[in-house]
Ligand binder design. Structure first.
Ligand SMILES: *Cc1c(COP(=O)(O)O)cnc(C)c1O
Length: 387
């Protein structure tokens, strides 16, 4: 159909070329319209082509694209302020991708270890976790398929089973500087951390003089119904990373930390596009929109609605459990191959995702409506009936 030979072949893609979208709907060049419950991989916080982002991009692009990271710009300052004023953190550093933000968090923790903990540098991360695709964040990730790739990777990451506090206790020694986790394992299939586990990690980190790092690249910015996942768990990490939903579709990420951990010295951290006004202006718009009256209440309401509808569907088709928080939900499909469901749903012009062979993941725009949820459920039911 299309000449894609000039692109590096890094993943299997369907023969569709998407051209434009609006809210929960996405259109291809052939004139087909798709209902989108993937949304750029939990990225399009406000759906496709939202007015707010159009306006911000248009205005900012006429003013200033970048003065270089060696100078301040207004959106960078205002966006950092907005994020710190609405969180337990004191300072922010902007990056371009989740992986880069996580690299920054790892560097910050190691710098802290150098300064305050006899150069302790090891970081405990978790089996099946995902932190990105740079060599260091692949090393931090607990994805088995990454293990043999690109050796030698960055040393210093120790893996513990998720939700197993005793295992973490057994791995901690004086060389450990931090524990880093996703509050909900996203790529592993939407596995939420247990409340006790997160609380236990906080206590353990305090006892052992370690930092607690939350990778909220997937869970932050309203995805779980609170601005940040740590607020849902009511446990404050020392360092947090954001990505995906922060830009609502544009590439921006961030790292935030409490004052006691803001130990970078000049020359330790930087990057050409970091904090550029075009992207920080968009991030500020996204955060402001999510913080508006009733936005997060609406996420919770639609989360409840989607969950209930998925549970009914699961009962009707003898599938498994519904998991997750907010608008990051998963449905176990039991013996039915989730990849087959995703492929058939695509034929029915509905975009879904299968992070595992028996799990469907739902990550709609945070402003999704009940009619769109009904429509997705109806298309998914059609697919399941035909299987
Ligand atoms: C997507 C993701 C990343 C990587 O973000 P990129 O922007 O793709 O580099 C890191 N951590 C988590 C939890 C993610 O979901």
């Amino acid at each position: 159909m299309t000449d894609t030979a000039s692109l590096m072949d890094i993943t299997a893609r369907p023969e569709i070329i998407f051209s434009h979208g609006n809210g929960s709907w996405l259109n291809d060049e052939q004139g087909n319209r798709y209902l989108d419950f993937v949304q750029g991989w939990a990225v399009n916080t406000l759906g496709h082509a939202p007015q707010e982002i159009q306006k911000t991009l248009a205005e900012q692009s006429q003013k200033l694209l970048t003065p270089s990271p060696a100078f301040y710009n207004r959106p960078m300052i205002d966006c950092a302020k907005r994020l710190t004023q609405n969180s337990c953190f004191d300072q922010a550093f902007f990056a371009n991708s989740g992986a880069e933000a996580n690299e920054g968090a790892i560097k910050l923790a190691r710098r802290w270890g150098q300064k305050y903990k006899s150069s302790a540098h090891k970081i405990i991360t978790f089996e099946n976790s995902f932190h990105g695709r740079t060599i260091t964040t692949m090393a931090a990730s607990g994805k088995a398929a990454f293990t043999p790739l690109f050796e030698p990777k960055t040393p210093g990451f120790i893996k513990a089973p998720f939700n197993d506090l005793d295992a973490v206790k057994a791995l901690i020694d004086d060389d450990v500087v931090a524990i880093m986790l996703e509050p909900v394992l996203g790529e592993a299939g939407v596995i939420p951390a247990d409340d006790d586990f997160i609380k236990g990690l906080r206590e353990l980190a305090d006892q052992q003089q370690c930092l607690l790092i939350f990778d909220e690249v997937q869970t932050g910015i309203g995805r779980l119904g609170e601005l940040f996942a740590y607020q849902l768990y009511q446990v404050e990490p020392d360092i947090i990373t954001l990505g995906k939903g922060l830009g609502g579709g544009v590439p921006i990420a961030a790292l935030m930390a409490k004052q006691s951990c803001c130990v970078f010295e000049h020359g330790d951290q930087g990057g050409t596009y970091n904090g550029n006004p075009l992207m920080t202006a968009v991030a500020q718009t996204v955060v402001e929109t999510v913080l508006k009256n009733e936005f997060l209440d609406s996420v919770k309401k639609h989360s409840h609605y989607l969950r209930t509808e998925l549970e009914t569907l699961s009962k009707n088709f003898s599938l498994g459990k519904v998991r997750g928080h907010g608008l990051l939900l998963a449905l176990d499909t039991g013996s039915v191959d989730a990849n087959v469901i995703v492929a058939q749903a695509l034929q029915a012009h509905c975009l879904l995702n299968a992070p595992r062979a028996n799990t469907l993941r739902f990550m709609p725009a945070l402003n999704v409506g009940t009619e769109e949820i009904d429509e997705m459920i109806s298309r998914l039911s059609g697919v399941l009936t035909a299987l």
